[in-house]
Design a binder for this molecule. Sequence first.
Ligand SMILES: Nc1ncnc2c1ncn2[C@@H]1O[C@H](COP(=O)(O)OP(=O)(O)OP(=O)(O)O)[C@@H](O)[C@H]1O
Ligand SMILES: O=C(O)C1=C[C@@H](O)[C@@H](O)[C@H](O)C1
Ligand SMILES: [Mg+2]
Length: 172
Amino acid sequence: MRNLILVGPMGAGKSTIGRLLAKELRLPFKDSDKEIEQRTGADIPWIFDVEGEQGFREREQAVICSLCESDGLVLATGGGAVLRPQNREALRNCGRVVYLHASVEQQIDRTARDRNRPLLRAPNPGQVLADLLAIRDPLYREIADVIIETDERPPRMVVQEILERLEALTPR
Ligand SMILES: Nc1ncnc2c1ncn2[C@@H]1O[C@H](COP(=O)(O)OP(=O)(O)OP(=O)(O)O)[C@@H](O)[C@H]1O
Ligand SMILES: O=C(O)C1=C[C@@H](O)[C@@H](O)[C@H](O)C1
Ligand SMILES: [Mg+2]
């Protein structure tokens, strides 16, 4: 398949694992969040503040559709990249999709120190993460070729399991 795409919630480790996986496979790595920031010339909190979540989602769709035209990439997506049906179709059609799963408790631990996620600037970020996962978990599953558990597993172990599980897939 053409590309390797990581989906999953904030704190699942898409950016971290994607970078390691790309190194291991000697493939270029792209992160849709970073790409949005580069193309906008501003960071994600700025985009949410000035253009709202809708503005961010427009930019995200443009970036996803353009990155999906590439071949041979490891692509880490943003946590909400699966919300739009057009993105789900583009991602599904442009490579193997890996859903990195993490419990809400692990997501809380892994995102607590980082102020770069505007959706978590709420009084109760744990509740926000739980609500988002309830809506998005079926969407991640809808497009996933494999689902990988990341709770209590170091990044290197997650990378190894992805490689093994991808190896075992039959071509589609
Ligand atoms: N398997 C893991 N074990 C322990 N810590 C991890 C693991 N995966 C990621 N982390 C840590 O969790 C934090 C969040 O990871 P990362 O930014 O890769 O998540 P993400 O899925 O890309 O989130 P977002 O959707 O917000 O972009 C980082 O500090 C990273 O070092
Ligand atoms: O889960 C989400 O909706 C988001 C996750 C991040 O990767 C960024 O794409 C942004 O902060 C929104
Ligand atoms: Mg990320």
